[in-house]
Design a protein around this ligand. Structure first.
Ligand code: AHG
Ligand code: MN
Ligand code: MN
Length: 340
């Protein structure tokens, strides 16, 4: 069979299936092109001036790496002039970025984590980009931050790129999940998987276990039961994997199943988790659900969480359906029995 390119896939979604408007197709092409540029910068490593600290902090109080800044700028520059967007928001910018008036404005909002897995940049381990597309509410001409605060169910598209041994783009517009591999010789995204499925059961889990002493009881119970293995209540042995790049951990789950957790914990009791709802948890939840998996914040479906802030954090449980349902039930049980 002839290889299918990203462009062909998107054109088919637009023209034959009528699933996406032409403007969204063009927007996704531009995002994919920006990811290609980021991939190129990542792959140069020490040969270019892209590794190491940028010397600044982002709004989350995290030290920015050079690649965080490069990836953010690449996405902004690629997307600001095409006419498809009204505004963008990013992990690396405190406020949102309205499209400058010198360019035409479109009806979409783009949110991104330009470089996910920053702690892995220096050590040549897989990192990535995560993005989400929303629609500007009807009748709005001058976008505000509030326009971004839509639950994940409203996403029109979501995806991630993984900059690993090969560069991948994994995408959904609500018609299942498709995977593309960057052909470095031709520069084109070639479809290497469609209708990806996450098995409902798994023997693999991903969590940063160094935080065990900070976990809440339902997470401890769930992980303890898995660690007890064959002779424990689960009756089987589990294996653990933690890349510490959400894109890479989620991509493993997309490929062979598993459960990924970043729970809220007692380190910073005021923060409901580490990961960010709008440009990490929601796009991943959309992709995972489209692949037959599940995603919650421990208590409710991730995609139904009503956002209140652009950079809000959230507890994340996602992956193989039966496991996510189990750990969510443990949280719900505890919430139900907690004194009010
Ligand atoms: P980012 O690099 O965009 O700030 O995200 C890092 C996130 C996520 O990718 C990963 O799952 C998690 O942080 C790793 O956290 P630990 O350092 O606690 O392992
Ligand atoms: Mn991230
Ligand atoms: Mn990031």
């Amino acid at each position: 069979m002839k290889p299918v390119s990203l462009t062909q896939y998107l054109v088919e979604l637009q023209r034959e299936k009528g699933l996406i408007p032409g403007e969204l197709r063009l927007l996704l092409e531009v995002v994919a092109r920006a990811c290609k540029r980021i991939s190129l910068a990542v792959s140069k490593g020490d040969l270019a001036d892209v590794i190491g600290a940028a010397g600044s902090d982002n709004v989350q109080g995290e030290a920015q790496q050079k690649l965080d800044v490069i990836a953010n700028e690449t996405l902004l520059e690629a997307n600001e002039w095409g006419g498809h967007l009204a505004a963008m928001a990013s992990e690396e910018m405190e406020g949102f970025y309205p499209i400058p008036h010198r360019y035409p404005r479109g009806e979409f909002l783009l949110l991104f984590d330009p470089l996910d897995g920053s702690s892995n940049i220096d050590v040549n381990v897989s990192i990535g980009t995560i993005f989400s597309v929303l629609k500007l509410p009807e009748g709005v001409t001058e976008p505000t931050e509030e326009n971004f605060l839509q639950p994940g169910t409203q996403q029109l598209a979501a995806g991630y790129a993984v900059y690993g041994p090969s560069t991948l783009l994994v995408l959904t517009v609500g018609d299942g999940v498709a995977k593309f591999t960057l052909d470095r010789e031709t520069g084109s995204w070639t479809m290497t998987g469609n209708h990806l499925r996450i098995p409902e059961d798994t023997k693999e889990f991903a969590i940063n276990a160094s935080n065990i002493r900070h976990w809440e009881p339902p997470v401890r119970r769930y992980v303890d039961e898995m660690l007890a293995g064959k002779t424990g209540p689960r009756g089987k042995d589990f294996n653990m994997r933690w890349v510490a790049s959400m894109v890479a951990d989620v991509h493993r789950i997309m490929t062979r199943g598993g459960v990924f957790m970043y729970p809220r914990d007692a380190r910073e009791p005021n923060k409901p988790g580490k990961l960010r709802l709008m440009y990490e948890a929601n796009p991943m939840a959309f992709l995972v659900e489209q692949a037959g998996g599940a995603a919650t914040n421990g208590l409710q479906r991730m995609l139904e969480v009503q956002p209140t802030q652009l950079h809000q954090r959230v507890a994340v449980f996602l992956g193989s359906k039966n496991e996510v349902e189990r750990v969510t039930a443990y949280h719900q049980e505890q919430a139900g029995s907690a004194p009010s």
